[in-house]
Design a protein around this ligand. Structure first.
Ligand code: PEP
Length: 253
């Protein structure tokens, strides 16, 4: 059975003390994960070690970074390599978030290299894909997402793909308060799974976890997570509020 995952993306928010408090508040709720469920807390780089220490004795709780560089090492001032993240016991890394694509010009080709670095270092990529509003309005979102998958993931072997999580995040829904309807999410998730099946076969498609992201909240998480091809969520704003985040996790079922 594929994993059910809720990942919180803190983005560039919180001080270390606030982040520590947030994790302690989440843990204090006594949230229990069942077999096959995971929570991934994706903090800014400087807090990863602390987050890992706080979560290490909690079954099913993992730590993720929000980016890594496309090269293994070298003269890239200010950048962080996948291997460095692994060396401090980071488990996951978000790659291809729409904010990285937009503000840091991350292309599908560059993301393919980042995915390679992450996997080579033993990190699990949470690979984000999703269309902007004008593409959704033109009803060409399937072709748009298919190209993102093809250009950033399809060079991987089936074995490598086992460590990849996909997050479908329609850009028009991120931080906007607009959520994709459960039907829109299910349609796209089923499409993504069918694309994976066409490239890697049915078993690989049934194994891969596909998360939904875009204004997910306690009030809509249950309906989204009830969709057969939605395997959890990548949560931005609501991951900064312990009660909201834990309420969303509890909707995993
Ligand atoms: C995100 O940034 O990945 C995200 C889904 O944000 P939000 O939940 O705030 O829309």
């Amino acid at each position: 059975m594929r994993k059910k995952i809720v990942a919180g993306n803190w983005k560039m928010n919180l001080t270390l003390a606030q982040g520590e408090q947030l994790i302690n508040d989440i843990l204090a709720t006594g949230l229990k994960l069942t077999e096959g469920q995971e929570v991934v807390i994706c903090t800014p780089f400087p807090y990863l070690t602390k987050a890992k220490a706080l979560l290490k004795n909690y079954q099913g709780f993992y730590v993720g970074a929000q980016n890594c560089h496309s090269e293994k090492a070298g003269a890239y001032t200010g950048e962080v390599a996948a291997e460095m993240l692994k060396s401090i016991d980071v488990d996951y890394v978000i790659l291809g978030h729409s904010e990285r694509r937009e503000y840091f010009q991350e292309s599908n080709a560059m993301l393919a290299k980042k995915v390679d670095q992450a996997l080579a270092s033993g990190l699990k990529p949470i690979f984000c894909c999703g269309e902007p509003l004008e593409i959704r309005q033109a009803e060409t979102q399937n072709a748009y997402v298919a190209k993102q998958l093809e250009e950033s993931l399809y060079h991987l072997t089936e074995e490598q793909l086992k460590d990849v999580v996909i997050a479908y995040e329609p850009i028009w829904a991120i931080g906007t308060g607009l959520t994709a309807s459960a039907a829109q999410a299910q349609d796209m998730h089923a499409f993504i799974r069918s694309q994976i099946a066409a490239k890697y076969g049915r078993e690989a498609a049934l194994r891969i976890s596909i998360l939904y992201g875009g204004s997910a909240k306690p009030g809509n998480a249950e309906e989204l997570f009830a969709c057969p091809d939605v395997d959890g969520g990548l949560i931005g704003g609501a991951s900064l509020v312990a009660a909201d985040f834990t309420a969303i996790v509890s909707k995993l079922g």
